[in-house]
Design a protein around this ligand. Sequence first.
Ligand code: DAH
Length: 351
Amino acid sequence: MTVIGQIEPIQARARAGIAAVATLDDLRDLEAELLGRRSALAGLKSAMASLSPEERREAGQALNAARTAIAALLGDRRAVLESAEMQRRLEAERLDLTEIPAGSRHGRAPERGHLHVVTQARDHLEDVFVGMGFTVAEGPEVETDWYNFEALNIPSWHPARGMFDTLYVELGEPESILLRTHTSPVQIRVMEGGEPPIFSIMPGRVYRRDTTDASHLPNFHQIEGLVVDRGISFADLAGTIDAFTEAYFGRGIHSRLRPSYFPFTEPSAELDITCVVCEGSGCPTCGRTGWLELGGCGMVHPNVFRAVGYDPEVWSGFAFGFGIDRLAMMRHNIDDIRELVSNDIRFLEQF
Ligand code: DAH
């Protein structure tokens, strides 16, 4: 058979083969088979050597035309297969955003955050005291030495300054501006800003130069209480504290006062409550005493009244202060204060 006569059957086979190929990989193999160095067309090209120049030109043109036609068919098929491949990938990687999880009619509600356990404790404390007729006041976290110490009967030479490891701010005279070490300075601001009778609580953040451990953070929360009126007695203090304890912790939890010392109160007392873990029978949490230390309290010192221009012969009052973080820990049996600031969702979502 002549060279030209062999071209048509090769082209026909190529047409059928290209139409039958189903994947891009197979198409690549077929392309090598049809147009490569070992292809039938390449074989014909070598066979042309034996032709006369006239025949050779004719055969050469026919071969080139066949090559071009096969290459065009391969190109068309490749385009079809590529688009099918793309379609398949899009299907496979498709995300169905309308899908509703099994067992739910309305889909999964987005997870919502909630108030931190310390904020919850603070809100609850405010509710209990507001229910007893107290108002809520706040003061600045950056304070002056006068509000944090002097006005509270703690002059600079006073040994009680050692009770507070203070963080000072580099502002004004050295050691004149500080991060408040307790909420007690708000007592002074409340008394300066109003007149008795005063029934106020003052929650907020306080700061100490403490090394962090299981029971200390350099930044924690306190709530302060202040009552000033005519004829306020130590019995009013004890009764208020006990009423609060039962309202906050529930029946069966009581308070007791132990003699203590604070410069801004006289007499002063340490305030304990029935251990909320064992309810008084004695356990490791309370060191088998049945009691937990909550904070301090006492009758407002006459020097504190004098600092704000109140006549101590006319007015009397009591004050108390305790840690909100500690309170939240007692309530929920949390044994490491660092958990409160660890920002671990597994801890936080429990409360
Ligand atoms: N400010 C004290 C402290 O941080 C706690 C305290 C004790 C507050 C007695 C008071 C109080 O109002 O009367 O250690």
